[in-house]
Design a protein around this ligand. Structure first.
Ligand code: BGC
Length: 273
């Protein structure tokens, strides 16, 4: 768990982190709990044990967390996450729209099901959760003792909101959609003191891309795309998410913070062009 000299930057706040039984979501849940937030660990329904382990790790470190299973692409289940969170913790201050998946296929072979599943979870899921969060933020308004903002939404995007990705058209389309969903929400909600931003992770060592870093040979190939010379760790994203949720970033809204070791810097042009 990242402990970068925690100063309780999220003390007294409630954070829902979707898809937080593993990978980036887990690291974000742990990092926010370490900063004093009460955290809702959400999973799709198939990772109950892993989600309980995340909660146990947070509690062992002195934090506060509960598990709420729900499929983020299902409107009723999303409403249930928020209703149960409010029942347990009173309100919601931070939403991390993290749940996401890949169903990779060559474009000409991609099935409608592969397309729809990825768009449903990665894009529609973010819409449904953000809408419920914004409704609660508007209802409650600012609580100065907790935060200068009425609420914060962090969308987990990807470098692939700007980098095209052959063999992953559904995924890249979903993240491109997240970019303008995030910016449009940010524009609409800023007058209500709700901040909306994205994190654009590059290659982070999680189950979603295990084959890209698991063997030394795969890792060497991956590193040609990363000027900073290392594959990212989930805690790199956890620390960025804490900052974006805290008042330290109070003047930041409508932006994507790329946390990618320079993957978006067109490394192929470092010597060419
Ligand atoms: C994808 C990973 C990939 C990374 C960099 C992420 O959004 O989920 O599979 O390694 O982008 O290409």
């Amino acid at each position: 768990m990242p402990t970068n000299g925690n100063v309780n930057r999220l003390q007294g706040q409630v954070a829902i982190v979707t898809g937080s039984s593993s990978g980036i979501g887990k690291a974000v849940a742990q990092a926010m709990a370490a900063e004093g937030a009460s955290v809702v660990v959400n999973h799709s329904g198939r990772s109950a044990e892993a989600a309980e382990q995340v909660v146990a790790s947070i509690k062992a470190a002195g934090g506060n967390a509960i598990v709420i299973p729900a499929d983020v692409s299902n409107e009723d289940e999303v409403k249930k996450i928020f209703a149960e969170t409010i029942k347990s913790y009173g309100t919601v201050d931070i939403l991390v729209n993290n749940a996401g998946l890949q169903k990779d296929a060559a474009f000409v072979d991609m099935t409608l099901e592969q397309w729809k599943t990825v768009l449903d979870i990665n894009l529609t899921g973010q819409f449904l959760c953000a809408r419920e969060a914004a409704r609660e933020f508007l209802r409650r308004g600012i609580v100065p003792a907790k935060s200068k903002a009425a609420g914060k939404i962090i969308c987990m995007s990807s470098v692939h909101e700007v980098i095209p990705w052959a063999g992953h058209c559904n995924y890249a389309a979903s993240k491109g959609g997240v970019m303008l969903l995030m910016k449009s929400m940010a524009q609409e909600l800023a007058p209500h003191k709700i901040r909306v931003n994205s994190i654009g992770p590059g290659a982070i060592k999680t189950p979603i891309n295990r084959s890209a870093w698991e063997t030394p040979e795969a890792e060497r190939k991956l590193l040609t795309l990363i000027p900073y010379g290392r594959v990212g760790e989930p805690s790199d994203i956890g620390l960025a998410a804490v900052w974006l949720a805290s008042d330290e970033s109070d003047y930041v809204t409508g932006t994507t913070l790329f946390v990618d070791g320079g993957m978006t810097l067109y490394p192929g042009f470092a010597t060419g062009g």
